[in-house]
Design a protein around this ligand. Structure first.
Ligand code: CA
Ligand code: ZN
Length: 296
């Protein structure tokens, strides 16, 4: 199976990046990736202010998918995630929702083995491996990989994990997929500003759909369909994702707006993905309560 190495990266998603790799529709492949610090934090002596932030938050790619045209939908299924033997969590002044209470930057190296992140000698936590950055070329302009938006990117969503199907709107020929920023563990919100940041590799399968257009990322799992939105405030993000779910229910179940609006409110959960990036990412969870809403 093809392995895409971690050395060709982008720092911005844009419409003019040239593909570094091309895969076929339906292909399964591995992608290797450094952590979000591009491997600069090798031990606890390296603090967040010491590193070159110019090479942080990159994504491996672009990986063009043969046959993906503007208006199509790209599905990226996560089949496996392999993690490096150690991850890192930094604290730094201003980082995360309580960053005003941090006075000195500090780095903690966290060994990862046997299915656990060994947070300390006495505390170990089960791994919840996930991919922080996954995205495609945006409709227009240039957006730094650290900023999540309608093209995906730094969504820091813990459901971008093994078993999930992540859908993106295709805006350019080939889509321009790029991925990175893996986490060994992360809770909803990413509240201290980071997960357990880690290098590793991910096994992905790409499929192009011509018949299920979307505006923004959608994640499908066994138990539901999640509509994601990333805007500058939580309220704006929730409004955008809610509108997407209501439209989905209207179309799939042939409902009026008020009826779909009611049904959505009775069944769907608003959930937080992350609140620490330049846009706030939320997801609306639509459970698969009807045979007509089993897939996007
Ligand atoms: Ca991230
Ligand atoms: Zn990260």
């Amino acid at each position: 199976m093809r392995v895409i190495p971690k050395d060709k990266v982008i720092f911005h998603f844009n419409t003019t990046n040239k593909a570094n790799y091309t895969v076929q529709d339906g292909e399964v492949f591995w992608v290797e990736a450094d952590d979000c610090y591009s491997g600069q934090i090798t031990d606890a002596s390296v603090k967040r202010p010491d590193i070159d932030i110019g090479i942080m938050d990159c994504a491996v790619g672009p990986i063009d998918v043969e046959g993906a045209h503007p208006g199509d939908t790209l599905c990226v299924e996560v089949l496996a995630i392999d993690l490096a033997p150690q991850g890192v969590m930094v604290t730094s002044v201003g980082l995360g929702v309580l960053g005003d209470r941090i006075t000195e930057p500090d780095t903690k190296i966290i060994p990862v083995h046997d299915g656990f992140a060994h947070f300390s000698d006495t505390i170990k936590i089960p791994l919840t491996p996930m991919i922080g950055v996954m995205g495609v070329a945006p409709k227009s302009g240039e957006i730094h990989c650290a900023v999540p938006d309608d093209h995906g990117a730094n969504m820091d969503t813990k459901l971008v994990k093994v078993g999930s199907r992540v859908y993106f709107p295709v805006n350019i020929e080939g889509a321009g997929l790029a991925v990175g920023d893996m986490h060994a563990c992360m809770g909803d919100g990413e509240l201290s500003g980071t997960g357990i940041e880690i290098a590793g590799r991910m096994c992905l399968k790409v499929t192009v759909y011509h018949d299920r257009p979307i505006q923004r990322p959608v994640i499908e799992t066994f138990d539901g369909i999640y509509f994601l939105a990333s805007r500058s405030t939580l309220n704006e993000s929730i409004k955008v994702a809610t509108a997407d779910v209501v439209e989905f229910l209207m179309k799939k179940l042939d409902l009026s707006f008020p009826d779909a609006y009611r049904l959505m409110s009775a069944t769907c959960d608003a959930q937080i993905c992350e609140v620490v990036d330049d846009n706030v990412t939320v997801r609306l969870h639509c459970p698969k309560f009807d045979t007509r809403i089993q897939t996007l």
